[in-house]
Ligand binder design. Structure first.
Ligand code: HDE
Length: 694
């Protein structure tokens, strides 16, 4: 059972223990604190009082200690990322389990068992760096592999398709989704006019809109999301023969999402929910793991697909090209410093190693330019690759020199090539990166391939592949989002698009919005085709029945039965989850008389922090709780969020006050085994009974 101590490891304060002249400073004694100095190495005798002309006089300009400290502070922020500003990153390693030597020369994909360090950053897209963790949004999933042959960045998302087909549309898409420029809101939300206006005029976005309205955009944990490289890439063998490849990350813990009401409430209770979840898991040694899968296909196979493999708004169904698992990624080390690593890391899809190559996907081609460019403005210097988190871990040499914040001190006379004056100057190598000798012909022009024209068939494929509860969530999400749109013609235009995707979906959304008639569907140039459903793109249907990596809250008060709490905690921990005590006061004494420090105080630790809850109370405490709004919310939210609830007789008045009903997820606290079985999944059958879904 977790109490406070496990949640974090506070570091010793780094400051010295000298009291300043004329100031009282109480600092803990002990430790071997180095002398505090300025950035020039000058020891500082007083870090608490500025230099003043007498105790009540003005501060002196001469105070270089003050000026240096404040000036540095004033410049502590760098521009945040224009997209994906809010992120959480972790170090770890990638290990290959199956060689792709038949297809590629890349060492990272051929040396089985070799561990390659990685730094992986997860992010939301739309919000600023200080925005909340749980809005409805796509999650970035960017992996930097520090390979022996240079850095390879696989900069993907948790959704396998994208909104647009051509990079030239990206600034408009982002301007539409970000807060509206005249009013400065909403922050990190798609439920507003400009986003849906743009969507309504961008039919190619409809497939991704379906994914965005699904529970994929409400992850319960960053440890429980899939990742996708999205674009088609190439693998190249020693003869230069090319095989197309799509990359997929599959979480070992399985997929898990919040329900919408829960995501909204979590945002208020803990804006850092997903970052904290990752931090706690890494601190507890519970390292998240993903499998790397590839879909491999030839040019000839690609020609047979009823869509274009270079179109980023399309998936290649796994039922068509199966996924082969070739390796695993384990994230096991939290960065030492958020700014130095998570903020300064610079991903770039153009960072690629010999044996892997780009395809002509026009979205990917635009990205190859954009990321280097953005790093120059964000990190401010062409030497950003020298920042430790960005530097390759293999040797690197070239003749690039100087520039802002140059950290190296290159030796020698030669900084050019060809040269004859220095024996150890860097030279080209036959083992260097080579591009696939693609033959491209065609007239120059601002064109979109005909094969990119079908915008609805895969949107339909996605919707029709989902389970019933997922379809209901999508319809409800669309109703929610569009109900926030003020402009009627924008709402109507979206419902018009939905008619091409699925008539039932369009009707549900129109009904949810109170439309009397169905708006007209826009004209299309292609026929919408029915593809065979793909269960591989479900979420609820694919969830694992497991408690691994999850967390269960046990609401207790003074006198709660210690044996029941102990038995439940043990069962929870045996199932691979964390058991966390919640109590009206932090200090709580169970029936065995032992005083414990609860993990959380009830008012600040609502049940939506947990995947399932138990409530173990004496009859007196149960009665008291039945009159306390925080306790009532604890129980009623757990019920509404479809969680398993274990309770003893003492908890009965509270469950009654919270209108908690009876179903397969409501378990007697004495039956820990039954509780664990129920807690491994949400009670989906409960949902239609308590929520009006579209
Ligand atoms: Fe990005 N994207 N993007 N993007 N993107 C950035 O680079 C851009 C796209 C993705 O954790 C920026 O360093 C363009 C698709 C992730 O640091 C910027 C286009 C996918 C991250 C940029 C796209 C992504 C970014 C902002 C259209 C999924 C966060 C700051 C062609 C495959 C990486 C930065 C991190 C970040 C541009 C489209 C994923 C401005 C022009 C498609 C995960 O360079």
């Amino acid at each position: 059972m977790a109490d406070r101590k496990q949640a974090s490891k506070p570091a010793a304060p780094p400051s010295n223990d000298q009291a300043g002249q004329g100031g009282e400073l109480h600092q803990p004694a002990g430790g071997t604190h180095p002398a505090l100095t300025t950035n020039q190495g000058i020891p500082v005798s007083d870090n608490q009082n500025s230099l003043r002309a007498g105790p009540k006089g003005p501060t002196l300009l001469e105070d270089f200690v003050l000026r240096e400290k404040i000036t540095h502070f004033d410049h502590e922020r760098i521009p945040e990322r224009i997209v994906h500003a809010r992120g959480t990153a972790v170090h770890g390693y990638f290990q290959l389990t199956k060689s792709l030597s038949k297809y590629t020369t890349a060492k990272i994909l051929t040396e089985v068992g070799e561990k390659t360090p990685v730094f992986t950053r997860f992010s939301t897209v739309a919000g600023g760096a200080g925005s909340v963790d749980t809005p409805r949004d796509v999650r970035g999933f960017a992996v930097k592999f520090y390979t022996k042959e240079g850095n390879w960045d696989l900069v993907g998302n948790n959704i396998p398709v994208f909104f647009i087909q051509d990079a030239i549309k990206f600034p408009d898409l982002i301007h539409a989704v970000k807060m509206e420029p005249d009013r400065g809101f909403p922050q990190s939300a798609t439920a507003h006019d400009t986003f849906w206006d743009y969507m309504s005029l961008t039919p190619e976005a409809m497939h991704m809109v379906m994914w965005a309205m699904s529970d994929r955009t409400l992850p319960r944990s960053l440890r429980m999301i899939e990742g996708f490289g999205i674009h088609t890439f190439r693998l190249l063998d020693a003869q230069g023969k090319s095989t197309f490849v799509k990359f997929h990350w599959r979480p070992k813990l399985g997929l898990q999402s919040h329900v919408w009401d829960e995501a909204v409430k979590v945002a208020g209770a803990d804006p850092d929910f997903l970052r904290r979840d990752m931090f706690e898991a890494i601190s507890a040694g519970d390292f998240p793991e993903w499998e790397l899968g590839v879909q491999l296909f030839t040019e000839e196979q690609a020609e047979q697909f009823p869509f274009d493999h270079l179109d980023s708004t399309k998936i290649i169904p796994e039922e068509t090209i199966p996924l082969q698992i070739i390796g695993k990624m384990v994230l096991d080390r939290w960065p030492d410093n958020f700014f130095a690593e998570t903020e300064q890391v610079a991903y770039c899809p153009a960072n690629i190693v010999p044996g892997i190559d780009f395809s002509n996907d026009p979205l990917l081609q635009g990205r190859l330019f954009s990321y280097l460019d953005t790093q120059l403005s964000r990190l401010g210097s062409p030497n950003f690759h020298q920042i430790p988190v960005n530097a390759p871990k293999c040797p690197f040499h070239n003749n690039q020199r100087d520039g802002h914040m140059q950290m190296g001190t290159p030796k020698g006379r030669v900084a050019y090539e060809p040269s004859s004056l220095q024996d150890d100057s860097p030279r080209e190598t036959p083992a260097g990166f080579t591009s696939h000798a693609t033959v491209d012909d065609g007239a120059k022009g601002r064109v979109r391939a005909e094969s990119f024209a079908d915008h609805y068939s895969q949107a339909r494929l996605f919707y029709r592949s989902q389970t019933k509860p997922e379809q209901a969530h999508m319809a409800s999400a669309l109703v929610f989002e569009l109900s926030k749109v003020e402009t009627p013609h924008v709402r109507a235009a979206i419902v018009g698009h939905l008619r091409h995707i699925d008539a039932d979906l369009a009707q549900r959304v129109a009904d949810g919005l109170g439309m009397d008639t169905l708006p007209e569907a826009p004209s299309t140039t292609t026929e919408v085709v029915d593809m065979a459903p793909s269960p591989a793109i479900q979420l609820i249907g694919k969830m694992k029945d497991t408690l691994k990596g999850r967390s269960v809250g046990i609401l207790v008060d003074d006198g709660s039965d210690a044996a029941t709490v102990k038995a439940l905690s043990k069962a929870i921990e045996d199932a691979g989850a964390m058991a966390k005590l919640v109590a009206p006061k932090l200090g709580v004494k169970l029936s065995d008389g032992k005083k414990l420090t609860a993990f959380g105080q009830l008012a600040g630790t609502p049940s939506f922090m947990f995947d399932a809850v138990a409530i173990v109370l004496t009859p007196e405490a149960g009665k008291k709780a039945s009159k306390d709004s925080a306790a009532i919310d604890f129980a009623s939210n757990a019920w509404a969020h479809l969680k398993a609830i274990a309770s003893d007789a003492g908890a009965a008045p509270l469950l009654k006050a919270a209108n908690v009903g009876k179903d397969a997820g409501i378990i007697d606290a004495s039956d820990a085994k039954a509780f664990i079985a129920a807690a491994k999944t949400r009670q989906w059958a409960r949902e239609p009974k308590l929520r009006m879904l579209a």
